[in-house]
Design a protein around this ligand. Structure first.
Ligand SMILES: [Fe+2]
Ligand SMILES: [Fe+2]
Length: 185
């Protein structure tokens, strides 16, 4: 898979456009995602690009010009923390010329999930939640489970995420619920 941007160029963009903690998180996501990809026979090159770029739109205020390429459904409109998913996808597509749909999908689905999750989608979802800089109680358990079995790790990660959102009394995007109902049975 050829990409015209080198890892160094992408990292330079990320360092300039992410808070230091978020940059560290991104490197953590890449490290765990790599381990999961190796175990599951997923392209390391695609995993690397999806992991590095998954939060590239996190600082939404810096990327206003890409917002016109993004459309939100009625739930996304009221759940601001998910805005950077589609925004990140737009940046990956337009700024970094990523055409590969599986990479774009993993960026777009990385925090909401979907009823259709490819192995790469699951890897980025899990790594985002449970990379080694994450210190919440269940993170280590999610990592352990996912390194043994990707699907079990994904279901555990999804359940912990939904529990967290419920405990905070925040709205849950229907796609997360659809993913849960699809994968838990
Ligand atoms: Fe994110
Ligand atoms: Fe993230």
């Amino acid at each position: 898979m050829k990409n015209s941007f080198t890892e160094t160029e992408i990292k330079k963009f990320l360092q300039a456009n992410l808070q230091p903690g978020k940059y560290r998180h991104t490197l953590g996501v890449a490290a765990l995602a790599f381990e999961l990809a190796e175990k599951n026979g997923v392209s390391l090159e695609k995993t690397r690009l999806a992991a590095l770029l998954h939060d590239c739109g996190k600082e939404i205020g810096r990327h206003k010009r890409y917002m016109s390429h993004v459309s939100f459904d009625r739930y996304e409109k009221i759940i601001k923390p998910v805005w950077h998913n589609k925004l990140g996808e737009a940046i990956a597509k337009r700024r970094f010329k990523i055409k590969d749909r599986s990479i774009l999908s993993a960026i777009r689905k990385h925090s909401v999930a979907d009823r259709r999750m490819s192995p790469l989608d699951k890897i980025i979802y899990i790594a985002d939640l449970a990379e080694r800089n994450r210190t919440f109680k269940a993170a280590a358990m999610i990592r352990r489970t996912a390194l043994k079995d990707l699907n079990s790790g994904f279901i555990l990660a999804l359940s912990k995420k939904i529990e967290y959102v419920l405990a905070k009394k925040k709205p849950i995007h229907p796609k997360s619920i659809q993913a849960w109902n699809h994968y838990v049975v």
